[in-house]
Ligand binder design. Sequence first.
Ligand SMILES: *[C@@H]1O[C@H](CO)[C@@H](O)[C@H](O)[C@H]1NC(C)=O
Ligand SMILES: *[C@@H]1O[C@H](CO)[C@@H](O)[C@H](O)[C@H]1NC(C)=O
Ligand SMILES: *[C@@H]1O[C@H](CO)[C@@H](O)[C@H](O)[C@H]1NC(C)=O
Length: 710
Amino acid sequence: MYIHLLVLTFCGLRNLVSGSTFSPARPPAIPLAVKSPYMNTWLEVGNDGGSGGVLPGYWPGPQPGPVAGSNGAVTAWTGFITVDGSSSTWMGAANVNGVVPPSVTQTSLEYTSTRSTFIMNVAGKVSMNVTFLSPVTPNDIRRQSVTGSYLSVTVAAIDGGSHSVRLYVDTSAEWTSIHNSDTAQWSYSVDNGVANHKYWRQTQSEFNADYPDDAAHWGYWYWSTAATSSMTYQSGSDVNVRGNFLNNGVLPNTQDTNYRPISDNWPVFGFANALGNVGSSPVETLYTIVHAQQNAIYFDSANGDVGVPSLWTSYWNSDLDMVGFFYNDFRNMASLSEATDSQFAGDSIAAGGQDYLTITSLSARQAFAAVQLCRTDAKPYLFLKEISTDGNIQTVDVLYPAMPIFLYSNPILVKYLLDPLFENQEAGKFPQAYAMHDLGANYPRAIGHPSGDGAEYMPLEECGNMIITTLAYAQRAQDTGYLSQHYSILKQWTSYLVQEALVPENQLSTDDFQGQLANQTNLALKGIIAIQAMSEIASKTGNGADATNYSNIAHDYIGKWHEMAVVTDANPPHTNLDYQDDSSHGLLYNLYADRLLGLNLVPQAIYDMQSAFYPTVAETYGVPLDTRNVFTKSDWQMWTAAIASHSTKTIFISLLAKWINETPTNRAFTDLYNTQTGDFAGGQFIARPVVGGHFALLALNGAPTAASGK
Ligand SMILES: *[C@@H]1O[C@H](CO)[C@@H](O)[C@H](O)[C@H]1NC(C)=O
Ligand SMILES: *[C@@H]1O[C@H](CO)[C@@H](O)[C@H](O)[C@H]1NC(C)=O
Ligand SMILES: *[C@@H]1O[C@H](CO)[C@@H](O)[C@H](O)[C@H]1NC(C)=O
């Protein structure tokens, strides 16, 4: 009892639900295998239809969906364990001819930036540690390029005895396509000591993917484990393969060669492991799931249309070489991921406390799984998918909010994101004076917009984003050459801003779900900050006259902006949402760029004024984005928090952490929600890269305190 009280006192973030504890929080959904836009399998948790956070008894699903609980598309993943002859389910919701093995008892779920760990108790006899590790190794690009995820299952006796244990796991052909009428094909092989079930969509269609369900129509899945003498395997119908394990404890080492549609006697790919008598020493069994695409992106590059290979093809000659490396590299990947965990945790706690770590650690895998490392010849690229909202590729106003995690964890990744945008536009493939909104409407087809239109019209937004992001990268990486290389087009975009930024015409900002508006205060501020950023770029690259000119313009504009933007007679005073409406307000998140770049263009009084204002309009789960409704954006809240006073920062962070614990949403971290109910707001924004923006506090580490040329 005493110990129980201590737990409640010192671990206030642990909730007791369904007997399982949650640490650091009960998330809306928990990442399982989350490593690329096409490997995005989560367990839904929230009350809108999720499992409550318990692994057995519920199907994992691909995000953004359609998923289990909605219309039934799942990435089936089944786990059974047999202890002293008695079988139970530890993952999935398999029904084998009416037999549903009872669920093991889950005692806890813990997540870090790279792994989700479920602890199970099996009849008081053995405990299981089921860990899903999706490595995040930003400074080891070779390892980061592998589109694979680990499942480690450790079993140990907990009652002082020893028990006969058999373990079973399968994946299904549902991983190959969200359309159950599609025909799957599969094979089995042993290579490098690793046993592989390989399965794929029989009709491969390179560079085609579904929107909005985000499934690739090409590539090969590898579901693997160690080829040991105690391992048996089988491919076949779900009922047959699972039934063999439940009835016999082993699989017959046979392959079903009747390739067929996914829902025709549901093909599954099983492994069984006889662990023998397990005592108190833990016995680990390791599995991997890999999605291998030789070519990943179709790109209208400086050299014309090319298929861009996945970056891992630079390091391994074949799918199987990569899969074998990945399987056998587990110890290294795990220790590098632990290093990532402890770096992100240490920095998050220092910057914003435990609540902030609750937010960042749920965001890391989601952000990294929305991008793919690719290359042409020796040149790496990082392609970004605007998952769930349009499916555009390299959307500039999505790359911009996502930027903090990349800038913080390895700035070179920001260059790899920007490069394809520069390359396409500098080759003259976008005939407008302003910067392009995206590199193509449908990921993975980076075909640009050679006609100059066809994309969302956000000219001011994207010119500002490109200039600010480019300088942020160059400062952190000390890569002035990059600024010189792109000086001409950056100057072209600055000319656009000089004309348009101070009094923005009626247009969209990145928050397009709020509609168009003239004279947007926050949008104007971005444009003006970007002009000052260009002054800094000019100064660094020896363009002294431009540096002076742009700095003069930016300072002139910021004075005029102040006149139109600040509602001095409000109580407390604040900036407006648009110049002509002094009853309006909004998150002034673009102010963050002034700090990020160390420009000191905007007077400290503006920061202080906004910090004093936000708490007065906070709702249950956050501060509304603006006065048009009670919706908010999690990313923009963290951008705003990063530059707020300590007490206001704490309010933003604690309300978002509270939202994570309590939201009824049951999908991968939505960045758009209702601040009063915690539920979805308007559309569902699922599994988007912009959660990388939750690292806004950390991206300020190493920001210049005062740029040169002041
Ligand atoms: C479970 O296993 C993972 C590694 O696979 C480890 O990091 C974690 O500490 C373990 N958790 C417990 C509670 O034993
Ligand atoms: C300053 O920049 C503006 C906008 O690009 C340009 O029109 C103007 O000619 C420049 N002035 C000087 C002195 O370079
Ligand atoms: C935008 O602001 C300018 C400058 O204050 C003003 O002249 C103009 O009328 C405003 N536009 C709208 C649509 O209110």
